[in-house]
Design a protein around this ligand. Structure first.
Ligand SMILES: Nc1ccn([C@H]2C[C@H](O)[C@@H](COP(=O)(O)O)O2)c(=O)n1
Length: 171
């Protein structure tokens, strides 16, 4: 195993551990505070709490910003059609505004069913693999941004990505 493969395995392990930590945290919270995290079946996605209606203090068990953005990235990864690796990305400005989200997949307009998802080609032709076609989750997050809001942010904080962004701007 070369150093690139080693670092990929290490990254995948870290991401897996982080996902498990978030899942465990949600699970633990719903076990320890069953009355505070009831999903109301009549309102999809809403959570109701039974607290003292006269208590003026704010709720304490709310999600941190990091967990919130990471959870959005993990949810986005679930949309990926890649059978080997599902990656999600959530692009956030320095002041905590979501600029774009994405997952690894073929470019818009290219059929998920017609292009290959293989990692290796039986004939040795790289065009029979996914690699020439698939867009990384981070790139899709940039391509999915609202350009007006992303313009300054991407250039300022992600020099490597800004090149891609600028190229995309030109088209
Ligand atoms: N930063 C990254 C790295 C990889 N991806 C995607 C691109 C492919 O769909 C997949 C890698 O496939 P593998 O070689 O592990 O079979 O992960 C990405 O979106 N962002």
């Amino acid at each position: 195993m070369n150093s690139r493969e080693l670092s990929l395995v290490a990254t995948a392990t870290l991401v897996g551990a982080f996902a498990s930590a978030i899942a465990l945290r949600f699970f633990h919270r719903s076990q320890t505070h069953p009355s505070k995290s009831k999903t109301n079946p009549s309102q999809n996605g809403t959570v109701s709490s039974s607290t003292d209606p006269f208590d003026p203090s704010k709720r304490k068990e709310y999600l941190s910003w990091d967990d919130y953005f990471m959870a959005i990235a993990f949810l986005s990864a679930e949309r990926s059609k890649d059978p080997n690796r599902q990656v999600g990305a959530c692009l956030v400005s320095q002041d905590g505004i979501i600029l774009g989200i994405g997952y690894n997949g073929f470019p818009r307009g290219c059929s998920d069913d017609k292009l290959p998802w293989a990692k290796k080609s039986k004939t040795g032709n790289p065009l029979d693999t996914k690699y020439p076609y698939v867009c990384h989750a981070e790139v899709n997050a940039i391509l999915n941004t609202n350009h007006a809001s992303a313009a300054g942010q991407v250039r300022k904080h992600q020099p490597a990505m800004s090149e891609i962004h600028l190229k995309y701007d030109e088209h």
